[in-house]
Design a protein around this ligand. Structure first.
Ligand code: 2P0
Length: 340
């Protein structure tokens, strides 16, 4: 039988069309700009959290390695016990939930992913969305989606968007209460085609890279100003079902984010030779009549925005042009859900 302090949740990654890059408040994870994303199917994290009361054990998570009660949090990701920074970050996040729920129990966290970790494929978004949902349910909290999104944000900013399926806006806000994500109605049936250039863990975490950009990039204030206009244009494009306007502003916003990070001191460059080749391929495909636009995150991989009805055709063309890269089609995915 499952313990009353145990729950499992499943969440999907999301890819931003208008990016989040930089915090106004590091400890509460309040961003400098609002962002807009698409939650995707396929890139999934499933996480079980059990808060250990005495010697109860959870069938899904398993008890501590010795079978005895836990004295502190433990974290297992894809079969590997974690120590150091990943465990500390999860423990700190669990403290937010423990404080809110009024409990002081250690937790066993077990997570399974289909997203490569730290490769710029939004693994922290699905990870902290699933953790927020599982941990808050296991702690006995009954939260609205908006409250859950605010809590997920404390773990990783982009995670607040994975609480919802489809197109999602994260309102930057100015404090804990006003910084939350919400779904955006969209008549556009979108898909994202991922061109996998590298599944290796990136050389610098996005958290560190955005901190460096905010602190040292002379281009960062200009990107923040442009991003506000980009968000307005993107929302107008969505409401008018104007894929071309949405694609153009998404591409410009991503390039602006990379220009800002490249001009940090020292510059952050995630691009590899194959990244540039993929960007050129997408632009050349546009001249051939394909409705495709690229976006990129904190990594070498390239994501291509297209209509869902054209996604397979676009993917075939990208496979022809980038024969050394895996190319995967992702359709919109659902928001976080409790599995049990
Ligand atoms: C985004 N990224 O909007 C942007 C674009 C990467 C590039 O959100 O420090 O892992 O945990 O809040 O959420 C990656 O940032 O950063 C991210 P933290 P997070 O998707």
């Amino acid at each position: 039988m499952l313990s009353p302090y145990c729950a499992t949740a499943c969440a999907h990654a999301n890819i931003a069309l208008i990016k989040y890059w930089g915090k106004a408040d590091e400890s509460l994870v309040i961003p400098t700009t609002s962002s807009l994303s698409l939650t995707l199917d396929g890139l999934t994290t499933q996480t079980t959290v059990e808060f250990h009361a005495d010697d109860e054990s959870c069938e899904q998570a398993g008890a501590s390695a010795t079978g005895s009660p836990l004295l502190h949090d433990t974290l297992n990701i894809d079969g590997q016990e974690q120590i150091g920074t990943p465990l500390q970050r999860v423990s700190k996040f669990l403290d937010v939930i423990r404080e809110r729920a009024g409990i002081a129990l250690p937790a066993r966290v077990v997570s399974h992913n289909t997203v490569p970790f730290g490769a710029g494929l939004a693994s922290s978004a699905s990870a902290f969305a699933a953790l927020a949902a599982a941990a808050s349910r296991a702690a006995g909290l009954e939260l609205s989606d908006r409250e859950l999104s605010r809590i997920a944000r404390r773990g990783s900013g982009s995670a607040c968007r994975s609480i919802y399926g489809g197109l999602v806006k994260w309102n930057a806000g100015h404090d804990d209460e006003s910084s939350y994500a919400e779904p955006v109605e969209s008549p556009l049936d979108l898909a994202i085609i991922v061109v996998l250039i590298s599944a290796k863990e990136k050389p610098m975490s996005s958290r560190e890279a955005m901190r460096l950009t905010v602190r040292t990039s002379p281009l960062y204030p200009a990107w923040v100003c442009a991003s506000e206009v980009d968000m307005r244009d993107a929302l107008a494009a969505v409401s008018h079902s104007d894929l071309r306007a949405l694609g153009a502003v998404a591409e410009a916003n991503a390039l602006g984010m990379h220009a800002a990070m490249m001009s940090a001191r020292p510059g952050v460059v995630y691009w590899l030779p194959q990244t540039v080749a993929a960007l050129a391929a997408v632009r050349d495909m546009r001249t051939q009549g394909f409705d495709v636009w690229f976006t990129m995150d904190a990594g070498a991989n390239v994501k291509v925005l297209a209509l869902a009805s054209e996604a397979e055709h676009v993917a075939d063309e990208l496979r022809n042009r980038m024969p050394d890269c895996a190319v995967e089609v992702h359709h919109p995915g659902s928001g976080v859900r409790i599995v049990h």
